[in-house]
Each structure stands twice: as structure tokens, then as C-alpha cells.
Write a protein that binds this ligand. Structure first.
Ligand SMILES: CC/C=C\C=C\CC(=O)SCCNC(=O)CCNC(=O)[C@H](O)C(C)(C)COP(=O)(O)OP(=O)(O)OC[C@H]1O[C@@H](n2cnc3c(N)ncnc32)[C@H](O)[C@@H]1OP(=O)(O)O
Length: 713
């Protein structure tokens, strides 16, 4: 856990708690007793604290949060204070990615040394808590308010060089950190100790504090979208302008407030959910799971189609060091794609040319020897089937064939080949080289090896892979579609697009559904509705009522906009209008007139709709569909659905995701009641019929977390 050794007059305490040296109770106890021994040992003049293995420490053990163990003595706070009060100089030697409590220990030490490849960060706000243990008081004294605010409120890591420049480190070294740290510790003098205690310093640039804090507050109010931790952290940093002890009291108060908040619990859940999804199984056959599966070794990947998705996917693969064969029949499109890929990768490497493992070709037969192909052609079932037939003919029979589709039937695509066991859906989110989610979809015949390979490929390219079953829209788009449907009904009943967007943005989404639709292009979903027979390019299909399709209430408003060529930002007009070259959504009188006339034509009585109703009507049907998905065994557990929404659809992280939000914030009984209430008003919308899983859980008074704990391997 923590090992102690002496090198002449230097005592070295080394954390050894693989994989990440988190500071659980055992580690804290051993570090504390090592420190006390070193203080008592007359032969020891200075002390080094460092870590073995891949990192100094990733901070507190998050698994202890929510349990009593985190408060067992020595707490992290006691340990940090003991380091700070040490009568012998303490040098912290940092390597790997040092986070949270690790930075707190370093700040309380008298000297800070790091390996040149080290990174340091304070991710606490991402867990909904405050960096306590004096971090918000010592950091501004060491690096100034501006850097402290940036580090604490963003949670982003700093490189060793950045930390050195900011004053967070005293020295950066290369090679043999132990030897260099011991040498450094030998050179420091106990006589200078008092002056090295950061707590006795004042915050540099305090005369400009008000301007810095005001500017930060404005930015955070806009960016945090309802998350309370960043703004609370700012208040704690402000307290560093007070005497140290007063500031520490304020930090403790604010720390307690966040520690007990529901948002901290939700963010902790999100942290573990992202890691839980890699433990997948197939609900209808639990023998097919991450433990039994053996992935194929993938070294080369073919990407078919060099449009926006193909380019993003190629960049992700190349960044992970894989060989890529990019295939596109249109030579001009291929050349454009290659230049985009080159520019993107040059940007990443700071302008240095990277050895590119990319072969670009118009010739399908070049895919013959790759281990896996990702098809990224236009979202059209007939086209994809044709492409898969060709791929089946040209590629090696052991090659896995993956389709990047956002909702088409994997089984139909697989049926176009002689190897349905080697066909899988890999749904990337746009921009594919930026978005961390990869929704992997198994079909009826997809083999366990193919599933394991797709999940492994996701991890290799730095994505969070979530495995789901095959159904129209899969998990993400199947649920998300209901949100947009209900948003349009709200327009029919009296809301304006900006009212709906504002309510959902206040809930925490970066953009409301109409702004998202304008960004993505309304034509994409319009074509899908046409393919599904819900509408035609000229209006409702013959003999179809305007407000009902396929047995359900239907709003034709989006179709009406598309028929006018209003596809969103790319055409300068959609649900909003856009000035040339601008992405700012401006309310448009044309749209208001169109909605108004539609209401009049169909006898809708306009009424005022509250933000609460907007949020409930847009989100509750989607959550209800999530319960259906669990019931149908299309996702391993609620975490999988939550991760899809957190990483793929901008669901506000501080609410934990749709299923967590329903379970822990709304309450399943309340959710059921609301669904019943809206169902009574909107009997022609099947999405208000509560799922039987939700009914059962609400009746039993059980929770999704209990159900999930029982179902997960
Ligand atoms: C009262 C006041 C008390 C507390 C004060 C707390 C201050 C803090 O220190 S808060 C914690 C700050 N630290 C973090 O938030 C660390 C988060 N971890 C990461 O960002 C990453 O894990 C990483 C360090 C960058 C490493 O990434 P990677 O190499 O991709 O590994 P992972 O798959 O993420 O993790 C491997 C394994 O470790 C578990 N884990 C990671 N960090 C922690 C942690 N801090 N505590 C407990 N467990 C942790 C992670 O869940 C993985 O576990 P599996 O079982 O393999 O899923």
C-alpha cells in the first residue's frame, strides 16, 4: 500500500496501490505512520512522498465516497495537514496523471518536483465536489487567482511544463525520478522551512481579484448550465483572499454543501457508469459476455466512404496508431478527405508531421487484407445492403464488417452477406474524432468474437463503447426521437420554438431540440420519415389524416418546414433564421406565422405552457422508452442508456443521465403518475403508455439501481 525506505538522510514514502495508487484508507494510514516514523527518526533530515507504478496517485478513492470509510482517520484532510505541519522538509515527487488528493498533498508539501511527462489536475468539480484539504486556499497563493480558477473550475489537467511555468512545481526532471527526488531532498535546508509553507503566503495579484472573479463568474454561469460545483468552487477560491484559517473554514463549509448534494451523487454515478459499460453481457443470453469473449486482434481497418463520418472515423483510427485504408468511389471527395485528415492530424501534433498509416484509394479491392471494415456511406438501407454484398465479395472471409448507421436494421444489412456472424453496427457520433461515444449494435447472428472486437476497438481508439441490441434507432435515436415528437406537439398547443429550447437549456442541455435540429439539418430526419412512409416530399401520404399517422398523433410541422427548403443552418433557415455565415439562431416571424396558421387550421386552442410542462413532456416519454428498452433486453443495464445520453446527446451530466434522473431525482412513482396524467390528455400518443417494467418497479417501491445491481455480471 505505502512503502517506506531511507536513502541516507532522506526517508522515501512510496505509495504502492495499483493500478492508480488511489488514496484509500489503508494507503492513508500507512503514509501517515511512515511520515510519523520519519519525523521521529533523528537520522532523517527530509522526506520524499512519491508513487510506484503508472502514476503518483489518481487522488482519493472514489469508491469510498458515499461510505463512512472516507471519514475514517487518518482522513485525507488529516494527512494533508500532517504533511503541511511537518518539521522536516517534505518533497512530493510526481509522475503519471496526478489528480485531486494527490495535488492536495503536493500543495501542502514544501517542495514539488515532477517528471517531465507528468500531468496534474483537479477533477473534483466533475465529481460534483470541491477540491478541499486546503487546495482552494493554497493553490491561488501559489499560482495566482486566474490559474487557480481555471484549474479548479475546469477540472482540466496541466502538463508538467505548464505547471512549472505557473509556479505549481519547483522543478521538472527527466529519468529516474526516485534518484532525482532523493538528490533534491538532500539539498534542501530545514532552516528555510517556514518560508516554504504556502499557507503563510498571500495571493499574488490580489488587487485585480474582483475583475478576475467577476469575469470567471460570468463565464461559469453560462457554461455550468445548472451544475452547482463550478460556481461553488469559485466562492471557495474567493475566500483565499481572506486570512488562511478563515479561508479554510469557508472551504470546509462549501465542501460539505457540495459533498451532500444530489448532483455529487449523480456525477459519481456517471463516473462509474462510464466504466461499468465495458462489463457487457447480452441480456437474453448472459453466457455471452465480456468475460467469455475473446476479441480478434485488429491492426488494419478499412473505412468505406469519405464523407464527414468517414473522415472523423479515419482520424480516430489513425490517432490510435492503426493502419487505415480509406476507400471512396469519388476521387475528388477522396482527395478532399485526405487533406482534411492531414490537416486535423497536423493540428494535433503541434504542426509536426506524423507518420501517417493511411492508404487512400478508389479501389474496393484494396480492402482485401484489412482485419475490419467500417462502412460509412449514406444512410440508405438499399445502398448499405449493396455495399455489404460487395464487401463480402472482396474482403477476406475472416474480416469483420461494421456498419456506421444511426438506426438501420443490422440484420437486413447482415443478410446481404455470407457472414452475418461477422457483421455488427458501430454507430459513431458526429464529429466522430471528437465524440467519445461508440454505440455498438449486435444483430441476430453477430458472433461473440465480433462483439468483443468492436468493443475492444472502441477502447483502442479512446471511445466508450456501449453494447446494445438491434431495433429501429437502436437505443439513442429510438429514445431521442420521442423528445422531438413531443416538442412539436408543444408548438401546436401554444409554445414557440425558443420557449421549448429555453426550457431544455435551463434544464442543462447545451442546445434545445429545435436548435439541434437546425444544426444537424432537418432534411436528415425528413428523409427517414419519408422512408418510413410517414410523409412524402409533397405532404401527407394520400388518404392520411394530417394529425395522425400509423395510429399515433403526428405533427407535420417539421415536414412543412422541409417542404419549404428550410433545413436549418445550412440553408440559412429552419426553426430559426441565420444571418449569412452566422450560427446565431434568430426567432423567425415566418415560422411563427406557419405555426399560427397550422394551429388555426386544425383547431388548436393556444395556451401558455410552463417550463416544467415542457421539460416533463420532452423528457418523460424518452425515459419511459428507456424502461421499454430494458424490458426488451436491448441494453445490459440502465448505465448503458445513461452513458449513451451523457456522451452522445449532451444530457446534463450533473443529473446522471435519463434513467438515473428518473430513479433518483424524479422518483419512479412520480414518473408513473406524470405519465398517467399526460396520457389522459394525449390518449393518441402511445409514448405516454407507461412501460410494464416501470409499473412493476413503482408498485414494488424498488429502484433501478437495485434492479441493475442484480442484473449486472
Ligand atoms: C472529504 C474529502 C474527501 C475527498 C477528497 C477528494 C479529492 C479527490 O481526490 S477526488 C478524486 C479525484 N480523482 C479522480 O477523479 C480520478 C478519476 N480517474 C480518472 O480520471 C482516470 O481513471 C485516470 C486516472 C485518468 C486513469 O484513466 P485510465 O487509465 O483510462 O483508467 P480508468 O479505466 O479510468 O481507471 C482504471 C480503474 O481505476 C478506477 N479508478 C480510477 N480512478 C479512481 C479513483 N479516484 N478512485 C477509485 N477508483 C478509481 C476505475 O474505476 C477503473 O476501475 P475498473 O474497476 O477497472 O472499472
Amino acid at each position: 500500500m505505502a512503502e517506506c525506505a531511507t536513502y541516507g538522510t532522506v526517508a522515501v514514502l512510496q505509495i504502492n496501490n495499483p493500478p492508480l495508487n488511489v488514496l484509500g484508507h489503508d494507503v492513508r494510514s500507512q503514509l501517515m505512520s511512515g511520515l510519523q516514523q520519519a519525523l521521529q527518526d533523528k537520522a532523517v533530515c527530509s522526506i520524499v512522498i512519491m508513487g510506484k507504478g503508472q502514476t503518483f496517485t489518481a487522488g482519493a478513492d472514489v469508491k469510498e465516497f458515499g461510505t463512512e470509510k472516507v471519514f475514517w482517520e487518518p482522513t485525507l484532510h488529516s494527512l494533508v495537514e500532517a504533511v503541511s505541519a511537518s518539521t522536516k522538509p517534505v518533497v512530493t515527487a510526481i509522475h503519471g496523471t496526478t489528480l485531486g488528493g494527490g495535488v492536495a498533498l503536493a500543495l501542502a508539501s514544501h517542495y514539488r518536483l515532477a517528471d517531465s511527462s507528468a500531468k496534474m489536475g483537479l477533477p473534483e468539480v466533475q465529481l460534483g465536489i470541491l477540491p478541499t484539504c486546503g487546495v482552494t486556499q493554497r493553490l491561488p497563493r501559489l499560482v495566482g487567482l486566474q490559474t487557480a480558477v481555471r484549474m479548479v473550475t475546469s477540472g482540466q489537467t496541466q502538463s508538467a511544463q505548464q505547471a512549472l511555468t505557473a509556479g505549481l512545481l519547483d522543478k521538472v526532471v527527466t529519468d529516474d525520478l526516485l534518484k532525482k527526488a532523493v538528490g533534491f531532498a538532500r539539498s534542501v535546508d530545514v532552516r528555510g522551512l517556514e518560508a516554504r509553507r504556502v499557507s503563510s503566503w498571500t495571493v499574488p495579484g490580489a488587487d485585480r481579484a474582483e475583475d478576475v472573479l467577476d469575469a470567471a463568474r460570468k463565464t461559469l454561469v453560462r457554461r455550468s448550465r445548472g451544475a452547482i460545483a463550478p460556481l461553488t468552487a469559485l466562492q471557495a477560491i474567493q475566500a483565499s483572499l481572506l486570512p488562511f484559517e478563515t479561508g479554510m473554514k469557508r472551504e470546509a463549509e462549501l465542501g460539505r454543501y457540495l459533498w451532500t448534494s444530489w448532483q455529487a451523487a449523480a456525477l459519481r454515478y456517471a463516473f462509474f457508469a462510464e466504466r461499468t459499460v465495458k462489463r457487457w453481457h447480452i441480456p437474453r443470453n448472459k453466457n455471452v459476455n465480456y468475460r467469455t469473449a475473446e476479441p480478434m486482434d485488429i491492426k488494419s481497418v478499412g473505412v468505406l466512404g469519405a464523407g464527414t463520418m468517414g473522415v472523423g472515423i479515419t482520424i480516430s483510427l489513425l490517432q490510435a496508431g492503426l493502419k487505415v485504408v480509406l476507400t471512396e468511389v469519388n476521387k475528388a471527395q477522396l482527395d478532399k478527405a485526405v487533406s482534411l485528415i492531414q490537416r486535423s492530424l497536423e493540428g494535433k501534433s503541434g504542426g509536426k508531421p506524423q507518420p501517417m498509416q493511411l492508404r487512400a484509394t478508389t479501389d474496393y479491392s484494396q480492402l482485401r487484407e484489412v482485419d475490419l471494415v467500417i462502412e460509412a456511406v449514406f444512410e440508405d438501407l438499399a445502398l448499405k445492403k449493396k455495399v455489404f454484398q460487395q464487401l463480402d465479395a472482396v474482403t477476406n472471409p475472416r474480416t469483420i464488417l461494421a456498419t456506421n448507421t444511426s438506426g438501420l436494421d443490422i440484420d437486413q444489412i447482415a443478410a446481404a452477406t455470407q457472414r452475418p456472424d461477422k457483421v455488427i453496427g458501430t454507430h459513431f457520433f458526429s464529429p466522430a474524432h471528437v465524440m467519445r461515444l461508440l454505440e455498438n449494435i449486435y444483430g441476430r447472428h453477430t458472433s461473440v468474437e465480433t462483439i468483443a472486437t468492436a468493443m475492444q476497438l472502441g477502447a483502442t481508439i479512446g471511445k466508450v463503447g456501449v453494447l446494445v441490441g438491434n431495433c429501429p434507432g437502436f437505443v439513442g435515436n429510438r429514445m431521442k426521437g420521442l423528445n422531438f415528437t413531443e416538442a412539436m406537439f408543444l408548438l401546436e398547443e401554444g409554445a414557440e420554438p425558443q420557449d421549448v429550447d429555453k426550457a431544455l437549456e435551463e434544464f442543462g442541455f447545451a442546445m434545445g431540440p429545435f436548435r439541434v435540429s437546425d444544426l444537424a439539418g432537418g432534411d436528415v430526419h425528413w428523409r427517414r420519415r419519408i422512408q418510413a412512409g410517414l410523409t412524402t416530399e409533397h405532404g401527407p401520404p394520400p388518404y392520411t389524416p394530417v394529425l395522425y399517422r400509423q395510429g399515433n398523433r403526428y405533427s407535420p410541422l417539421a415536414d412543412m418546414l422541409c417542404m419549404q427548403g428550410r433545413f436549418g443552418q445550412k440553408t440559412g433557415a429552419g426553426w430559426y433564421r441565420y444571418k449569412s455565415g452566422s450560427r446565431t439562431a434568430l426567432p423567425d416571424a415566418e415560422v411563427h406565422r406557419l405555426i399560427h396558421k397550422h394551429r388555426q387550421d386544425h383547431g388548436f386552442q393556444r395556451r401558455n405552457i410552463s417550463s416544467q410542462e415542457i421539460v416533463e413532456r420532452c423528457l418523460f416519454p424518452l425515459i419511459n422508452e428507456g424502461f421499454r428498452i430494458l424490458e426488451e433486453g436491448l441494453a445490459t443495464g440502465p448505465q448503458d442508456i445513461d452513458v449513451i445520453f451523457l456522451l452522445g446527446f449532451g444530457w446534463p451530466r450533473h443529473t446522471g443521465g435519463p434513467m438515473y434522473y428518473a430513479d433518483k431525482v424524479v422518483g419512479l412513482g412520480n414518473l408513473l403518475q406524470s405519465l398517467e396524467k399526460y396520457r389522459a390528455y394525449h390518449p393518441r400518443s402511445a409514448h405516454w403508455v407507461p412501460s410494464s417494467l416501470l409499473r412493476k418497479m413503482a408498485a414494488q417501491g424498488t429502484s433501478l439501481s437495485i434492479w441493475a445491481a442484480g442484473s449486472r455480471l
